[in-house]
Design a protein around this ligand. Sequence first.
Ligand code: NAD
Length: 350
Amino acid sequence: MTVFEKIKADNYEQIIFCNDTKVGLKAIIAIHNSALGPATGGCRMWDYKNESEALTDVLRLSKGMTYKASISNLPLGGGKSIIIGDSASKTPQMLKRFGEFVETLKGHYITAKDVGIDSSDLKTIKSKTSHILGIAGETNSSGDPSPVTAWGVYNGILASAEHAFGAKSLKNIRVALQGLGAVNYHLLKYLHQDGAIVTGSDINQEAIKRAQAEFGISIVSPDEIYDVDAEIFSPGALGAIINEQTIPRLKCKVIAGAANNQLATEKDGDVLLKKGIFYAPDYAINAGGLINIYHEREGYNRDKAYAHVAKIYDTIKLVLERSKAEKCSTNIVANKIAEDRVSEAELARA
Ligand code: NAD
């Protein structure tokens, strides 16, 4: 496939290839869609095997941001950028040059943090562009995204539990929690407060010890988590864990968790629908970080941001109700809602 064939297939607006041989910068900025607002998404630095892999990644990630912003009803479009190279090889000159490229887009693309780029890198990039969000430690900073992501996931779980079995609270609801890392540690606080009965798994003994010591949860091995007898399965570690091997093992009525790209294929959503398992689409339930960072544009106020993130409850409810009415899998329903909002904005823009 040529580059144009690739970007035409999913109707990408603009792809910017950034090169500065002197400072060793090779970067790509992808603007998938900006009908709803400025294309927003983090910058990832990764040692890609080749340029084709890098392009594929930035295209996939920027399109994902369009859907995440749209399903969350944010006035933001979808964008993402990547710097090609081992993150250990980054230099201030390279990051500043990247900032200059972002600045040339005059706010049409807003950058932030992703894998391989930390807050101190963002500060360096910011010396050359004001179109940047999520710098920890600054006065207007929205802070660590993990707690607020957990808050959004918790609200999505509440909506799912109410829809699936009429639960008004999570008291005595059994939850199988995959991963006990940054997001799920905070999610555990909410589950614990509500009196949910949690069984967790992780591959990291420190994460297990912390969860056991603070919340007294039961632990099973990473593979056994799929067999746990629980009303809710909450994936918060890996992608593609809902697949033809794991679905037959699941005993839950709800899948709702923080992990990205939970379904191995879109068709797995249909299998879940037929099995009567309610799946809260990943990019809708884990959008707390994006909603939170968006509030930096308005002057960050934590209470306002958290109240906004709590609306993930409404988003998940809408998706589940439409899925039931249309007998269509929740992942496809979420895509349709996101695409319709973008199409309406495109019409208005035209
Ligand atoms: P994290 O790295 O802090 O936590 C992930 C945990 O999963 C780690 O403790 C790790 O040891 C564990 N793990 C790895 N393999 C496992 C396995 N086979 N079985 C069980 N546990 C395993 O990451 P995080 O920031 O908590 O993110 C969790 C998920 O949520 C990721 O998929 C991430 O992409 C997604 N997400 C995170 C945020 C955020 O704000 N951090 C936002 C949106 C989505």
